[in-house]
Design a protein around this ligand. Structure first.
Ligand SMILES: NC(=O)c1ccc[n+]([C@@H]2O[C@H](COP(=O)([O-])OP(=O)(O)OC[C@H]3O[C@@H](n4cnc5c(N)ncnc54)[C@H](OP(=O)(O)O)[C@@H]3O)[C@@H](O)[C@H]2O)c1
Length: 243
């Protein structure tokens, strides 16, 4: 499969490396242009490309950049994409630690709803709820008890199913969260965020959230704000507190 990755940081480069090892053809980009990426891409076995090149002739495009930088991408980047191209969003919103307050995002509070508005195209949200350090570890075979499960959401069922297969190839189970409007369940502050839990546990926790963002928003956003404050001062303590 031809895969383009916008963002070559912790998540983007890890996914690039894993997809190349699985036999996919990967091109990747960053904010500084292909010359700055040539060495890393070469080591991975991917192609360093411009942001315009990275979206051309791809089956899957992964956007893996800080939330605040999504608005900097060229406005018509996805304008001429064929309908069957899948755009994946791995992003999370960190207003205090990294992104600053984005008022338009905070209206709904659903990160990927804002991302798809910015990009002008529907997205599938996945790989946002696993730490880069966990993603760098090898995946596990299907059926293994402690295989990590990843939440996947997006409006297009067919696109979600293709992503389930990719997630499986990488060595994870998928859990179908549903539409992008439900993707708040996999956002920071929620009980499945970066927990490295298996499918049964993930399902139990998602079921416990119910389906109403209006009922859960204060709790999840409040937890995220508290987490950001602790991450800023004592990241190991925050990690230790994760249950
Ligand atoms: N790190 C994690 O554990 C983790 C886990 C799950 C989800 N996420 C989320 O996934 C996203 C990426 O995280 P990360 O940790 O991989 O970030 P990162 O290590 O900071 O890397 C960000 C990458 O985005 C590139 N970039 C920024 N603006 C760009 C633009 N306008 N055009 C093209 N590339 C651009 C940067 O380019 P340069 O190299 O040129 O600066 C860099 O390669 C974030 O939203 C993050 O919250 C992170």
């Amino acid at each position: 499969m031809n895969i383009g990755i916008i963002g070559s940081g912790q998540i983007g480069s890890c996914l690039a490396s894993k997809f190349v090892k699985l036999g996919h053809s990967v091109s990747m980009t960053n904010s500084r242009g292909p010359a700055s990426l040539k060495q890393l891409a070469g080591e991975i076995g991917a192609e360093a490309a411009t942001v315009e090149e990275v979206v051309k002739n791809k089956k899957v495009i992964i956007v893996s950049i800080p939330q605040k930088n999504v608005a900097d991408l060229p406005k018509d980047l996805f304008k001429d994409l064929p309908d069957d191209v899948i755009v994946i969003d791995t992003g999370n919103y960190y207003p205090a630690l990294r992104d600053g307050i984005i008022p338009a995002l905070e209206q709904s509070g659903i990160d990927s709803l804002w991302v798809q508005e910015q990009l002008g195209i529907p997205v599938i949200k996945v790989f946002n709820s696993i730490f880069a350090t966990s993603l760098k570890e090898p995946g596990r075979p299907k059926g293994e008890k402690d295989r990590i499960a990843l939440a996947v959401s997006g409006d297009d069922i067919k696109a979600r199913e293709i992503v389930f297969d990719l997630v499986d190839e990488l060595g994870y189970d998928s859990f179908d969260i549903g539409t992008i409007a439900q993707s708040w369940k996999q956002q920071p502050g929620g009980s499945i965020f970066c927990r490295d839990i298996n499918l049964d546990e993930l399902k139990k926790r998602v079921d416990a959230m119910g389906s109403e963002w209006s009922e859960m928003r204060d709790k999840i956003v409040g937890q995220h704000h508290a987490d950001e404050a602790l991450m800023a001062t004592d990241f190991p303590a925050w990690l230790k507190n994760l249950k």
